[in-house]
Design a binder for this molecule. Structure first.
Ligand SMILES: *[C@@H]1O[C@H](CO)[C@@H](O)[C@H](O)[C@H]1NC(C)=O
Ligand SMILES: *[C@@H]1O[C@H](CO)[C@@H](O)[C@H](O)[C@H]1NC(C)=O
Length: 231
């Protein structure tokens, strides 16, 4: 009986995953504090696809998705530089740059990134448009912290306000394998897609620190097709 009671208490204490469908994270100011730690369902990965939707007006450099380990702060990092339309991708501390990316300001966009340690290739997708593939290498990433809003320069910390994210982020998904272009297109066009098996926006454990808020996603209503022939 005491054991059952203890079990009940334990489950009550554990943070339950939440369905954040229709919600977004708002990072309303430049700060070196506000961040969101995302709990992943596995503690290691050797390949990944990360997708999220974001909007910002930042021209300066800012982190979009930061994974750090105790030995490598840029274990897996998607970073917008201050150079127009340049996005950096780090894996295991190694860097590749993607140029001439159509990174929009003041507009929601879908960003996906894939990496596979077997081939060592990385690729970016902005609003479903693929970049070229580039070689980065890398090996298994384990015992990490996945975080939004800041660039980690140490495990879970070492933030700098000049690299912080200001804006909104929604629908973060992460898989421990590379998804196909068709899958990414489905994500982008908000069709039914298989949710992430490392991070699932529809069943997410997370921790908010500092001034960052969960808010309704304020999506515009779907456009009605005009009546006419064929309807
Ligand atoms: C990595 O993940 C696998 C399953 O996804 C698990 O079996 C293993 O224990 C994890 N840890 C390490 C250090 O490989
Ligand atoms: C990917 O994650 C799932 C659980 O979400 C796990 O069962 C599987 O072993 C992982 N695959 C690899 C290659 O680590």
């Amino acid at each position: 009986m005491a054991f059952i009671l203890l079990l009940v208490m334990l489950t009550a204490c554990a943070a339950a995953p939440e369905d954040l469908c229709g919600q977004m994270l708002v990072f309303p100011e430049q700060t070196s504090k506000a961040n969101v730690v995302l709990t992943t369902l596995e503690d290691n990965f050797s390949a990944a696809t990360v997708c999220f939707r974001s909007i910002t007006d930042l021209r300066r450099a800012h982190a979009l998705f930061s994974v750090a380990t105790s030995s490598e702060d840029n274990a897996f990092l998607i970073f917008k530089t201050s150079k127009t339309n340049e996005i950096e991708f780090y894996v295991g501390g190694k860097l590749v740059k993607f140029g001439e990316q159509d990174y929009k300001l003041n507009e929601w966009q879908s960003i996906c990134a894939t990496w596979d340690s077997e081939t060592g290739l990385v690729q970016l997708w902005l609003d479903g448009k693929p970049s070229i593939m580039k070689y980065i290498g890398g090996s298994k990433i384990e015992k990490f912290t996945a975080l939004l809003g800041q660039d980690q320069d140490s495990l879970g910390g070492g933030f700098s306000s000049s690299q912080s994210f200001v804006g909104m982020i929604s629908e973060v998904q992460m898989w421990n394998y590379t998804r196909s272009g068709c899958d990414i297109e489905r994500y982008m066009s908000e069709q039914n897609y298989l949710p992430g098996n490392l991070i699932n926006w529809r069943s997410l454990e997370y921790k908010l620190t500092g001034r960052v808020l969960l808010n309704d996603a304020q999506k515009s209503c779907p456009k009605r097709k005009p009546y006419g022939k064929g309807y």
